[in-house]
Design a protein. Sequence first.
Length: 237
Amino acid sequence: MNKEVLNRAPSNSPISIHQMSNKSYSKFQEEVSLKYGFIGLKLDKLSLTAEVSEEFHSEILSGSFTLYDYFGVVEPNLNRNGELASYKGQFFDDEKENWYIEYTPVASIKMNKRPLKIEFTPSKVSKKNFLIVFHRMFPYMSNIAISTFHLAYDFERDLSALRVNWPKVMYRPIYKGMKLETMDFGAPKGNYHLTAYNKLKERMDSGDMAEIEIYQQYDNLWRIEYKFYNEGNIKKN
């Protein structure tokens, strides 16, 4: 699984309309909804990094801790010296929830970073599976940090004319045919990106029949994602 793809690709998570109480739903939020077609906000992707205990390392080598891919159980990747170089895969075998685990003990030493990464989509996580992962993984973890998170805003508007006036921003439009479908703002290796894309088109092209039926009710539906990378930058903000 390519790390760049994981970090940069638009989310496939479904739209969600948030129910707010009268106290929490302010006049400002109401005006934004009416004027700009704002539908909802969600935490769309979250990456945690951490140090891990020797026990975790040993359980991977012994087969007590296993990850999965499309073909079944993932085998640990050993280097030419027989050392555990990396172990990457999904936490659950047959679940739709995407809990990606990446353990890179050798590379982490060379790059001076934490060896473990856990990446998931909070808006699509069930309480049951969250607790399973929490009780299985967190006893091994220490010095935990948030390295990446994405905030997704959904609008019932055509946002193809959107522009960002950040200083030194890079604008990368992506067309399919003659139609603008995705806009990416920000330096390729920068600490933050903004991506706007045609959520309606993306789901109509890639969704299952149940999703397509839901999305057919919209004439326009665009998503804006604020993507924050790098632990230091996140702390400062």
